[in-house]
Ligand binder design. Structure first.
Ligand code: ZN
Length: 272
């Protein structure tokens, strides 16, 4: 047993994984000491049940877009020792775009700034909430079938001044296009917000959230249990936008990650 544990760690620790900022990597373990504790850059990473295999565990490591680049460590400690798994954060080669929106969405007044700050704090409280069960029982699907018009991570300049980055993936969607849950969960946010407009956020459990923004109509309310493919609302152009589309985003352990890259690495767990 001990030899197996060692060999898995030895194998993982031989090669540094390369992960772009804003992306997620998932470690799989078939044997792991019960008392093992994971840390990435001094942040606790929960050890979770594998969605498919009862005797396996996974560790999901989301890399913040603002993370400094270079060599990092994932440290695993347990009663009889510790192991270090190397990880390399790269810049992701994201592109750059300039956008024009209403002046009030770039330079909000005092009252608007207070609202934005209140909404931000409320959302971050939710995203850091760790629901200790998973509602996910199948691979993630798309929120609608459409063309991607703006990828995650694009560096953005609003009205020639405000610098930001695109925190989700935009899908082409004319006003009134149905939007569906990409996996099962419980509705955690369903309301109008300053930047996101009419928003739905689904708690999938274990620190994983999916977000659907700028909707014209909401069809769910907070606390609703939703299944993958359930109708959430209609797309629109509410909030800080320059036209109708669906902004789809994901938060993992409080970190904003590339949602479609997260789909890819998480869905791969179902392929073995
Ligand atoms: Zn967007």
């Amino acid at each position: 047993m001990k030899i197996i544990i060692l060999s898995i760690f030895t194998f993982l620790s031989l090669f540094a994984r390369d992960v772009a900022k804003g992306e997620t990597t998932i470690y799989e373990f078939s044997k792991i000491p019960k008392d093992a504790v994971f840390k990435y850059q001094s942040k606790d990473i929960p050890l979770l049940p594998h969605p498919l295999h009862v005797n396996r565990k996974i560790a999901i490591v989301p890399i913040n877009y603002r993370e400094s680049l270079g060599d990092k460590k994932l440290i695993i400690t347990y009663k009889n020792g510790s192991k270090t798994l190397p990880l390399h954060v790269s810049d992701g080669r994201y592109s750059f775009e300039t956008i024009s929106v209403a002046a009030s969405k770039v330079k909000p007044d005092k009252k608007q700034r207070e609202l934005i700050s209140k909404e931000y704090k409320e959302a971050m409280r939710i995203y850091h909430r760790f629901t200790p069960i998973s509602y996910i029982n199948k691979p993630f699907t798309y929120p609608l079938n459409s063309k991607i018009t703006s990828a995650f991570g694009t560096a953005r300049m609003f009205n020639g001044s405000l610098k930001s980055f695109h925190s989700g993936t935009d899908f082409r969607a004319k006003k009134g296009t149905p939007v569906y849950a990409t996996n099962s969960g419980v509705v955690a946010i369903a309301k109008r917000r300053y930047y996101a407009g009419n928003s739905v956020v689904i708690d999938h459990g274990e620190g994983i959230y999916s977000c659907y923004y700028h909707l014209s109509k909401l069809h769910v309310k907070v606390g609703d249990r939703v299944k993958q493919g359930d109708f959430l609302g209609l797309s629109g152009a509410t909030g800080r936008v320059n036209g109708p589309h669906l902004h789809y985003a994901m938060m993992v352990q409080g970190v904003q990650v590339n949602p479609l890259q997260f789909h890819q690495v998480f869905n791969a767990l179902f392929q073995k």
